[in-house]
Design a protein around this ligand. Structure first.
Ligand SMILES: C[S@@+](CC[C@H](N)C(=O)[O-])C[C@H]1O[C@@H](n2cnc3c(N)ncnc32)[C@H](O)[C@@H]1O
Length: 279
């Protein structure tokens, strides 16, 4: 039986968070496009043919990798979220890209053993209830010698853009869920030592967790949508009254002012590029 977190994550990504990611897909993909390029470049450098995209969401990286590898190779995305996968499938059809999508929990999905020669992820591996179980399962899906490349966030303190909204509105939304370092969620992999231990305990080899700083940008016209739909503030606003909504929107707008540069919002993402190889 699924435990509390698995239920929470499935509920979260099939509920408000998943719908928000669908609604804000274009700005998010624009913002995270540099990571898509880094992962596609890594796939090319590895000469991979069969790639798994873990926590693929609305499918940007899956489609980019599939496009790169067609027709000789392909990419499969796995995700918990039906609304996000529905959009991923629609995008694949529209773009006529032959990507495959699986709706399942990557922690325990019975993958065909040694099916993939590379695994990639853009911010999709930090939500596991039991990361060692998850990465052991993923290693079994990898061929001997297969590479893993997963982008994850470093500490929230190194990513002030990511917490600007909640810092600004704390007095108005006192019940925002606390960020607990290491707990399943956006910053679960912020401690590189912990990431190395998880991967080693899951049987991965050649583990390397180098830092990665990436300049991200999206249209300032999308800022309100971004801050009022996503993250803890977006989730809290879904249930807030009109007065709170108006005040919170005003406060978050002001908090993001330092990141607005003409028609663009710009910030630096502080991440790890998690790398490992199946033995
Ligand atoms: C932050 S989003 C990133 C989505 C996508 N990789 C992107 O960059 O647009 C995290 C994704 O991980 C998925 N996810 C979380 N836990 C998962 C699990 N146990 N198995 C599969 N997918 C999971 C969520 O449904 C969500 O789509």
């Amino acid at each position: 039986m699924a435990n509390q977190n698995e239920e929470d994550q499935a509920a979260r990504w099939n509920g408000a968070s998943g719908r928000a990611w669908v609604d804000v897909q274009e700005p998010l993909d624009r913002m995270f496009a540099p990571f898509e390029k880094l992962l596609v470049d890594a796939v090319v450098a590895e000469g991979a043919r069969a790639v798994l995209d873990v926590g693929c969401g609305t499918g940007a990286t899956t489609l980019a990798v599939a496009r790169q590898l067609a027709p000789a190779g392909g990419c499969t995305g796995i995700d918990l979220s039906e609304p996000m996968l529905a959009l991923a499938r629609t995008r694949a059809e529209r773009a006529r890209v032959a990507a495959e999508f699986i709706r399942a929990d990557a922690q325990d999905h019975p993958f065909e053993p040694a099916r993939f020669d590379m695994l990639v992820s853009r911010f999709g591996v930090m939500f596991f209830d039991d990361p060692v179980r998850a990465f052991t399962n993923l290693r079994r899906a990898a061929r001997p010698g297969a590479a893993l490349r997963a982008v994850v966030w470093r500490r929230i303190e190194e990513n002030p853009f990511m917490s600007a909204a909640e810092r600004a509105v704390a007095p108005w939304l006192p019940d925002l869920p606390p960020r607990r370092p290491g707990a399943p969620g956006q910053f679960a992999f912020s401690d590189a030592h912990r990431v190395r231990t998880i991967l080693a305990d899951s049987g991965w080899a050649e583990i390397d967790v180098p830092p990665l700083e990436v300049a991200c940008a999206f249209s300032a016209a999308d800022l309100d949508r971004y801050v009022t739909r996503l993250g803890p503030v977006g989730q809290a606003l879904a249930a807030a009254d009109e007065r709170t909504r108006a005040k919170v929107t005003e406060l978050v707008r002001a908090a993001f002012e330092p990141y607005v540069d003409g028609a663009e919002v710009r910030f630096t993402a502080a991440c790890w590029m998690v790398a490992a190889r199946a033995p």
